[in-house]
Design a protein around this ligand. Structure first.
Ligand code: ADP
Ligand code: MG
Length: 239
């Protein structure tokens, strides 16, 4: 297919311009230092990184914020997930001293959250633990898992807010945040819940946003919560 790829950094101040990390052509190039992750990708049988992965992995592995604008089915989940797993291992706070999860992934629907959880469980190694939090699921069960200790929380914004406001999820140690399908989350009216949760998360975190479109609401969200993000747009040539 005819993919057009545009990569640019969104700056508030022109003077803070930094070079954008180069894309990778192969899985080996991206993850040669992480043999466990490479093993899992090989098992999946993929041939090469998708455009959003090829551009996104070096940006995320260098600790920068990323906005991925691309249609459904372009591999956005692994684009943010594999760097998230590496991030957990390399996190400054030693595992024993962390309070609560290190990674938060917000998604618009229960189905999407569960889909991400399945992908997490495929690639999870070194005892990284994940929980999926969504309205309609057993709150008691979700609370139980959180209480036992998790590294990754995958959540819809409503139930997430409930558990954060009630002190069940501690956001103190969260240093990597993903807003998956940001445009859909806004369409569903989740903006207040998203803003409420992000307000309490440490400002030096890394933030990733994915979206199929780039409307003003999503731009405002990026503007409020991201730090000189690199935007990777993957779209059809015939606009
Ligand atoms: P998106 O979030 O962009 O809609 P997904 O991350 O759900 O897309 O990926 C869509 C499908 O593509 C999934 O089945 C996933 O396993 C597969 N996939 C991911 N990365 C690759 C790749 N590099 N090559 C081939 N298939 C891939
Ligand atoms: Mg997706």
């Amino acid at each position: 297919n005819n993919n057009n790829i545009v990569v640019s950094r969104i700056l508030k101040d022109k003077n803070e311009n930094k070079p954008i990390p180069n894309p990778v052509r192969t899985f080996e190039e991206a993850f040669h230092n992480y043999p466990l992750i490479l093993d899992e990708i090989r098992k999946a049988g993929f041939q090469k990184p998708s455009p959003i992965q090829s551009q996104g992995w070096p940006i995320l592995l260098s600790g920068e914020d990323l906005i991925g604008i691309a249609q459904t089915g372009t591999g956005k989940t692994l684009a943010f997930l594999l760097p998230a797993l590496i991030h957990i291992d390399g996190q400054a706070v030693p595992k024993e001293e962390r309070q609560g999860p290190s990674v938060l992934i917000m998604a618009p629907t229960r189905e999407l959250a569960l889909q991400i959880e399945r992908e997490v469980n495929k690639y999870t190694y070194k005892n990284i633990k994940a929980v999926c939090i969504y309205g309609g699921g057993s709150r008691r069960e979700q609370v139980n898992i959180v209480t036992q200790g998790v590294d990754i929380v995958i959540a819809t914004p409503g139930r997430l807010n409930d558990l954060v406001q009630n002190g069940i999820i501690t956001v103190k140690s969260i240093t990597y945040v993903v807003l998956d399908e940001a445009d859909r989350m806004l369409d569903m009216g989740f903006e207040p819940q998203i803003r409420k949760v992000l307000y309490d998360i440490r400002p030096d975190r890394q933030t990733v946003m994915t979206s199929a479109t780039w409307p003003p609401g999503v731009r405002r969200l990026a503007d409020s919560y991201m730090e000189s993000p690199v935007q990777v747009y993957v779209g059809s040539l015939d606009l």
